[in-house]
Write a protein that binds this ligand. Structure first.
Ligand SMILES: *Cc1c(COP(=O)(O)O)cnc(C)c1O
Length: 244
């Protein structure tokens, strides 16, 4: 118990440090810090740690595993603005949307099928339209989900025009596997935004760029990110083994 409390306090200190680094990166890029949202990615971390960071005033949190998300979200305050980050299986769309009423955004729609399932799920629960980002595979690695850059317009158009319960809000990418994206990946996503905005006739500031994680969020901000997803730098390294 004492260890948990100490870990949580450490998370809050780490978050404040991340916010400072975000501010500095924004200053450096001559962008207002209000243009960059920090999503604290809390996957594998206990509810008590999330609560501590929440109590410090933070509201945007991200989860990546549906089952874990469904267990944790109801134990936490209803005004948390939850992000689902990463690949979502279409057959999980319904439980996700009904199980997390305060779901703010899904970062990682990577197929027409997922978009359609989410659209139906939102209509089924009768909530306000759900913000979604289209995930783009900018690194070309087969292991990565996301549409090819050349296909992003097609999927974005589908979300905007054919999914009345979804709100097309921009693009998301992960980048290289070691989580240190090369600038080329970020540049590719920025280029995708240009294309999408032109084809859909929307202003660029209405199309978010979700890019940047623990290892590269400052670089991402310099390259135009509006949403960084920071996990281990805030909550500590993740422990995936069942041992211990
Ligand atoms: C886990 C995860 C993150 C956070 O990664 P860190 O390197 O720990 O900051 C960001 N985005 C997605 C999609 C993730 O799954």
């Amino acid at each position: 118990m004492a260890r948990r409390v100490a870990e949580s306090a450490a998370a809050l200190v780490a978050l404040r440090n991340v916010m400072q680094r975000v501010q500095q990166a924004c200053d450096h890029a001559h962008r207002p810090a209000s243009q960059v949202r920090v999503v604290a990615v809390s996957k594998t971390k206990p509810v008590s740690m999330i609560q501590e960071v929440y109590d410090g005033g933070h509201r945007h949190f991200g989860e990546n595993y549906v089952q874990e998300f469904l267990e944790k979200a109801p134990q936490l305050p209803a005004d948390i603005q939850w992000h689902f980050v990463g690949h979502l299986q279409s057959n999980k769309a319904k439980v996700l949307v009904s199980g997390v009423p305060n779901l703010y955004m899904v970062e990682g729609v990577d197929s027409l099928k997922v978009a359609n399932h989410l659209d139906r799920a939102v209509s089924g629960v009768g909530r306000q339209p759900l913000r979604v980002l289209v995930q783009v595979n900018t690194s070309g690695e087969e292991s990565k989900s996301g549409v090819e850059p050349a296909e992003c317009v097609h999927l974005a158009k589908h979300v905007k025009q054919d999914c009345p319960n979804l709100l097309f809000s921009g693009l998301m990418t992960i980048g290289m596997r070691d989580y240190t994206s090369t600038p080329e990946n970020f540049q590719t996503l920025a280029n995708c935004r240009k294309e999408v905005c032109m084809e859909l006739d929307i202003p660029e500031h209405e199309c978010e760029l979700s890019m940047g994680m623990s290892g590269d969020f400052e670089l991402a901000i310099e390259m135009g990110s509006t949403n960084v997803r920071v996990g281990s730098t805030i909550f500590g390294a993740r422990e995936y083994t069942s041992k211990k």
